[in-house]
Design a protein around this ligand. Structure first.
Ligand code: NDP
Ligand code: 8X3
Length: 253
């Protein structure tokens, strides 16, 4: 394969899907993952036909360690030449105080945002080290830099992603593998629908009265960091809506 390869977790929606589109338009072959197989297949068909690239799908639940490991180990050798790993799959579940929060919500966020990211990274990193190349891009959040009321456990998972990004950068630079964290503010995706357990009306209110980010804004930032020369690493980026100066503060019209 003479094209670069990107491995994108959580490519069925939102930021992951927009990044798949952007990297496909820049000539990358893609490995796209997620639980919704019908969406993976539809995206594969569209991107292959629009951009003439090769797309491989991996349909697994990132919280299931054995599924993650088996899927990655099953990659054909030519697909193991991964240039970019986008650790994007993640979610918020619930928005509540610690004294009233739902522990099932907490476990879902911890299992997905921290443990899932670690399962993928632990399985793929040795392959990247053998290849002697790679760029890991972790999707953190402004919620991993500042806390906001009722964000508690979601924020803590993203603080963990921030710490893991820094640790990875320390440990991987000698190979050399780049590590970048991208930390967005409010982006209109399926994020709030998932956070509010399918309540689409409530999810809409999160994006009312101001210009929220769109997933393509984050895809552009990701393209910027992965297209720098070999000598340049962008350690981290915080990308916010102009109307959101910090986590939990939005200037609505
Ligand atoms: P979406 O809900 O639109 O997309 C989330 C993606 O993650 C989907 O493709 C979903 O795939 C995948 N995913 C979730 N859980 C699992 C799982 N257990 N196994 C495999 N895949 C999973 O949200 P966003 O695009 O907004 O979220 C992407 C990332 O961006 C997340 O890490 C989020 O925390 C972060 N983020 C989002 C912000 C926002 O305001 N939207 C701001 C800052 C950061 P599927 O359901 O098919 O499995
Ligand atoms: C999502 C951004 O500010 O809604 O990570 O928590 S925020």
């Amino acid at each position: 394969m003479n094209k670069k390869i990107a491995y994108i977790t959580g490519a069925t929606s939102g930021i992951g899907k927009a990044t798949a589109q952007k990297l496909a338009s820049e000539g990358f072959n893609l490995i796209i993952t997620g639980r919704r197989e019908d969406r993976l297949e539809a995206i594969k068909t569209q991107l292959s036909s629009d951009f003439g690239i090769d797309v491989l799908t991996q349909n697994y639940d990132i919280t299931k360690r054995k599924e993650v490991e088996a899927s990655i180990h099953s990659l054909p050798s030519e697909w193991k030449q991964i240039d970019v790993l986008l650790n994007n799959a993640g979610l918020a579940s619930g928005l509540n105080t610690i004294y009233e929060g739902d522990i099932d919500d907490w476990e879902k966020m911890i299992d997905t945002n921290i443990k899932g990211l670690l399962y993928v990274t632990r399985t793929l990193a040795p392959i990247m080290i053998t290849n002697n190349k790679g760029h890991i891009v972790n999707i953190g959040s402004i919620a991993g830099k500042e806390v906001y009321a009722n964000g508690n456990v979601y924020c803590s998972t993203k603080f963990a992603v921030d710490a893991l990004s820094k640790a990875m950068r320390l440990e991987f630079s000698k190979f050399p593998i780049k590590v970048t964290s991208i930390n967005p503010g409010a982006v209109e995706t399926e994020f709030s629908i998932v956070r509010f357990h399918g309540d689409e009306e409530r999810a809409k209110t999160v994006y009312e009265g101001y210009d929220n980010l769109v997933p393509e804004d984050i895809a552009d930032a990701i393209w910027y960091v992965v297209s720098r020369p070999a000598r340049v690493n962008i350690n981290e980026m915080i990308v916010m809506p102009t109307a959101q100066p910090m986590a939990g503060v939005i200037n609505r019209k």
